[in-house]
Design a protein around this ligand. Structure first.
Ligand code: 6PG
Length: 225
């Protein structure tokens, strides 16, 4: 049985996720003078990000990174960067930086190389992941082209390009590699609903299982109905 911390309400879950990210950032600032959180897109964690922007953190010392990105312009409704900029407006307005994965006027592979160079230099104090109903996490979609490179635990890359025809929002994606997520000091998986919980409990070959099997420290799973 995989350890899952259950909350009675989504509000409680979002408050706990926000608190864990802010705690990790504060610890990172104490240890290194600056801190970085890698944050997923999708719909589930947005309320946690809105709360996070109001936590007591020295935002001038924080960089937000993305766990994955849809290959669309930032003002596109499906852009994860756009969602982060809106939900974290308070923190960014108080001095937090955001390191984009997307680059305009570049091919997907060029953008992956640029993001890889930038992200390779980041220390992730915390990474917050979601999970789709097919068992993907980050942009590690089952059957996607680029999946093996994304999930190679020995990959020297932090960011790779992925093409996943079934992916919601955009089939062309940029994603953190498993190797990059394994570097994070703390990894949270934030999910909601019975369907995702039972999928997670029975998952064997789905990409999300790599988080249980390949991280150097335990994955923290937070769930609410
Ligand atoms: C994305 C994601 C992705 C997401 C899951 C869950 O850009 O699509 O980062 O990995 O976390 O698909 O998405 P929901 O929270 O919307 O269900």
């Amino acid at each position: 049985m995989r350890a899952i911390t259950a909350f009675d309400t989504r509000d409680g879950l979002m408050a706990a996720a926000s608190r864990r990210v802010s705690e990790a950032l504060v610890l990172g600032i104490q240890a290194r003078g600056s801190a970085c959180a890698a944050l997923s897109g999708g719909q589930t964690p947005e309320p946690a990000y809105r709360r996070l922007a109001h936590e007591s953190v020295d935002w001038t010392r924080v960089t937000f990174a993305l766990v994955d990105e849809r290959f669309v312009q930032v003002d596109h409704p499906f852009s994860n960067e756009g969602m982060l900029r809106r939900s974290l407006r308070g923190a960014i307005g108080s001095g937090a930086a955001l390191s984009p994965m997307f680059s305009p006027e570049r091919t997907l592979e060029e953008a992956a190389d640029l993001a890889d160079a930038a992200y390779g230099a980041l220390h992730f104090d915390v990474a917050l992941l979601g999970m789709g109903a097919d068992g993907h996490t980050a942009s590690w979609f089952p059957g996607a082209s680029g999946l093996a490179a994304a999930m190679d635990p020995a990959s020297p890359r932090s960011v790779v390009a992925v093409r996943a025809p079934q992916a919601a929002g955009a089939s062309e994606r940029l994603t953190l590699t498993l190797a990059a997520i394994a570097r994070a000091d703390r990894v949270l998986l934030v999910i909601t609903g019975e369907e995702k919980r039972s999928l997670l409990e029975r998952a064997v070959d789905e990409p999300v299982t790599a988080l249980f099997n390949s991280l150097p420290r335990p994955l923290e799973v937070l769930w609410a109905p």
